[in-house]
Design a binder for this molecule. Structure first.
Ligand code: KG4
Ligand code: ZN
Length: 353
């Protein structure tokens, strides 16, 4: 065992100068079991995702223990499929990259333990990847020529923040939510409207049919800062809906979705723009599940064009959780000499922003 890590250190160092580096990525932080093979950080050879959405739908959200159990059942097949589709053999694998956090601890442990067993049996380095760095790295796959520095608008189910990314795997926090993440607010609003889990895509869909003329709350308690708050608008929507229901009045789902989404997207675009101004960076990269939102995409495209900012958003299949982004991050960790882990690696519910 001790010798494993000594050998891994040497191999990890050597990978920096290897021409082609093939990395297996593993992701199991929430309700997607995913394994992917990525070459040189941006050539995606396979990206297999086994989603548990249908399993959790009936509970209205992810049930952690159910998620862990389903990861255990899925992971070996997902791995085999990822290798088969990539057309590689096990001896082609240079390193294993795995999400160690943030996420559901039991779910994370399934991926982490599978990764440790693989790394040990193949005698290759194990790289511990932050899920957040993973979401950012999804963009390196979609845009192979993209390089830091840039501003990142991180909009996931777990996090909402603005980051100044100065180099691969290096960033400074410019601002973040002081309460709910934006994905959480989407999901809670969907739930009170009776829309199925996961709520974000459904709110997106219904919003297209609504006018968006309800002002739930006045802007903006955090004006002048790069921080966000979404619990106020979320609670206002919930109260609005309960009020209508108590009075026996009808609930206009599309209009509520559109109005909520208008508020949220305005917040995100204004502050992302302000972050670009303050840092004098004219590249904006969006990361995390909410980057799949069609209205956010539309508005950001408009304001970035008006302000001569280059906009990067991951292709749709790489917006939400997947292992390709983890394998990609693994490559850039190698280049920066970071992330090498011993077999003592464990999961972490949170990671520092
Ligand atoms: O990044 P992600 O897959 O998981 C975390 O790392 O947290 O993000 C999941 C979040 C969920 O809250 C989901 O509702 C939201 O992303 N989401 C969307 C859309 N697609 C996914 N929110 C708004 N519009 C969408 N189209
Ligand atoms: Zn995620």
């Amino acid at each position: 065992m001790e010798n494993y890590f000594e050998r891994a250190k040497v191999k990890f160092e050597n990978l920096k100068n290897k021409q082609d580096v093939t990395i297996v990525g593993i992701e199991s932080s929430c309700d997607e079991t995913s394994v992917s093979v990525v070459k040189n950080g941006n050539i995606m050879l396979s990206n297999i995702i086994s989603s548990q959405i249908d399993i959790h739908k009936r509970f209205g959200g992810v049930v952690p223990e159910v998620a862990s159990r389903n990861h255990v059942m899925a992971i070996e097949n997902v791995f085999n499929e990822a290798i088969r589709v990539a057309g590689i053999s096990l001896s082609d694998i240079d390193a294993i990259a795995v999400t160690y956090g943030a996420g559901l601890i039991g779910a994370l442990l399934v991926g982490v333990n599978f990764a440790k067993a693989l790394a040990y049996s193949l005698d290759v380095p194990l790289i511990a990847v932050s899920h957040i760095e993973g979401h950012i790295s999804a963009n390196y796959i979609t845009y192979p020529s993209l390089k830091p520095p840039f501003v990142c608008l991180l909009v996931s189910g777990g996090h909402t923040a603005l980051l100044e990314v100065s180099d691969y795997m290096e960033h400074k926090l410019l601002g973040s939510t002081i309460d709910d993440s934006v994905g959480e607010a989407f999901d809670k609003v969907a739930r009170v409207l009776g829309l199925e889990y996961p709520g974000g895509p459904n709110v997106d869909k219904f919003a297209k049919l609504g006018k968006g003329d309800i002002e739930f709350i006045k802007h903006d308690i955090l004006k002048g800062t790069l921080n966000f708050s979404f619990s106020g608008v979320k609670t206002a929507v919930i109260n609005y809906v309960h009020n209508l229901e108590q009075k026996g009045e009808s609930v206009n789902v599309p209009n509520i979705c559109a109005s909520f989404q208008n508020f949220v997207v305005k917040e995100l675009t204004e502050k992302a723009l302000e972050a670009c101004r303050q840092t004098r960076l004219n590249k904006l990269v969006v990361a995390g599940g909410v980057s799949a939102n069609s209205f956010l995409k539309q508005k950001l495209s408009e304001v970035c064009k008006e302000n001569n900012i280059e906009l990067y958003m991951p292709e749709l299949r790489l917006c939400t959780d997947n292992a390709a982004m983890i394998a990609s991050a693994g490559y850039f960790y190698i280049l920066k000499g970071k992330g090498l882990s011993s077999l003592g690696l464990t999961g972490s519910a949170t990671v520092a922003l």
